[in-house]
Design a protein around this ligand. Structure first.
Ligand SMILES: [Zn+2]
Length: 237
């Protein structure tokens, strides 16, 4: 099990850590990390593991093991792996991660302004998409206006935890029809935007305030079948 420091503070870019295990596939497991493990449509983090002697191992991806609590840092091929027990410091590619945090938070806003359920999403550094369960395609300019208004309200984001039982008693909190909140630990993490602008289970990383997202272009709204509209966004240049 890895202590996921990004879950309590998405702005921590490095920490002290120790190597717990090297997996059969050559993945590196640490006791704690700031690297987000791919899940919920958000890609895993990239960056470097800096050893005590100053040398570094570049990390191409970060994923969860099957247990969903152990985080595996996937190194670029051909590098010498650190010995189990050694001390090192994971250092995030912060520029990329911050873009993913801005995009991720923007997708929550789209879901909230259109007041609908999510059927899929994919978050990228430059472009992201969200699939929504809405029968009539919204007008692109109207969606763009609603998103930018919400971003401009500079609403803070925050996290809180509820029990599995509390979530079961409030099924409307679940906005995703494709990804179910992780169960089993007995508690579920909720992400709130503003006082009550949006509240939903999510394990991802988000910016502290909506204004940090910046200007977003809605580039396309596609029809992906009955009750499924795909909205594509990019950072406005
Ligand atoms: Zn989220």
């Amino acid at each position: 099990m890895t202590d996921p420091l990004f879950r309590e503070n998405a702005y921590v870019t490095t920490c002290d850590a120790r190597v717990l295990e090297i997996t059969e596939q050559g993945g590196i497991v640490l006791d704690r990390t700031v690297f987000y493990a791919a899940s919920g449509g958000q890609p895993g983090d990239t960056g470097r593991l800096v050893m005590a002697d100053g040398s570094a191992i570049t990390i191409a991806d970060t994923v969860f093991d099957d247990d969903r609590t152990t985080i595996i840092h996937v190194p670029d091929a051909g590098q010498t792996l650190p010995p189990v027990g050694s001390a090192l410091a994971p250092e995030l590619d912060w520029e990329r991660r911050h873009k993913l945090m801005r995009m991720h938070t923007a997708l929550h806003i789209i879901c909230a302004v259109l007041k609908t359920k999510i059927t899929g999403c994919q978050i990228g550094e430059e472009e992201s998409r969200i699939d929504l369960n809405i029968p009539e395609p919204p007008e692109r300019e109207a969606v763009q206006e609603l998103i930018q208004q919400a971003i401009g309200r500079d609403m803070p984001t925050s996290t809180e935890w509820i029990t599995d039982a509390e979530l079961d008693a409030n099924p409307d909190l679940i906005k995703s029809m494709s990804v179910s909140p992780p169960r089993g630990s007995g508690r579920v993490r909720l992400v709130r935007i503003g006082d009550d602008f949006d509240l939903q289970p999510c394990g991802g990383t988000h910016v502290a305030s909506t204004s940090e997202i910046g200007a977003i272009d809605v580039t396309k709204i596609e029809n992906k079948g009955k009750l499924n509209r795909r909205i594509r966004i990019r950072f406005a240049s």
